[in-house]
Ligand binder design. Structure first.
Ligand SMILES: [Zn+2]
Length: 89
């Protein structure tokens, strides 16, 4: 519970912490402590590491690690060669 309380204490300023787009709504990242817009949330759910991120978060909570920061957001296409602009929002 503390983890979610901590996250909720982060102020949503109306802009996605990840892509910077203005959004009337937000969700919490499972990869990090960022508050992200629905579009970024969809990207997370489609990420091959999504299940791993969710599992890691739950495992941390189970062992009482309420300061778990997530596994970090690995840009899905960052490993593709010659692609320096992997995202278009
Ligand atoms: Zn976003």
């Amino acid at each position: 519970m503390m983890s979610y309380t901590r996250r909720m204490m982060m102020n949503w300023t109306g802009f996605c912490h990840r892509c910077g787009q203005r959004s009337p709504v937000h969700t919490m990242s499972h990869f990090s402590t960022e508050l992200i817009c629905p579009a970024c949330g969809d990207l997370e759910r489609g990420h091959p590491e999504y299940g791993k991120a969710v599992t890691a978060e739950l495992d941390a909570l189970h062992v009482g690690d309420f300061t778990f920061q997530g596994i970090g957001w690995p840009r899905p296409t960052a490993t593709q060669e010659g692609d320096n602009e992997p995202f278009t929002f």
